[in-house]
Write a new protein. Structure first.
Length: 105
């Protein structure tokens, strides 16, 4: 029984990692970036550059993914772009219901 649970945890971890890589890569190949999405396609000049510096979008994708994944392993998911609050504050209240559903499944 313990081996089955361990296998499921391992398979779930691998699946989660593969999904994270796939989503990151797919969003990286989309035209534009976070700042053009936030400021609009017509954003140019100092405002756009300041946004890119603030959100560190100028680094290569591998570096950004490594930074994001290491933060995620520490359960630090950063801040939301719209509200400016930590993602954990939005996720924490919903975590109990998610855990109940996961346990039931």
């Amino acid at each position: 029984m313990a081996r089955v649970i361990l296998n499921r945890i391992l398979l779930g971890t691998v699946t989660l990692a593969l999904v994270a890589v796939a989503v990151f890569l797919l969003t990286d190949v989309l035209p534009g970036d976070l700042c053009t999405a936030m400021l609009g396609r017509d954003a140019r000049g100092a405002r756009l550059e300041r946004c890119r510096e603030d959100y560190d979008t100028g680094r290569p994708a591998v570096e950004r993914f490594a930074a994001w994944s290491s933060s995620a392993l520490r359960l630090d998911f950063g801040q939301t772009y719209r509200r400016g609050v930590p993602v954990s504050e939005l996720v924490a209240p919903r975590l109990r219901n998610t855990a109940v559903l996961a346990a039931a499944a």
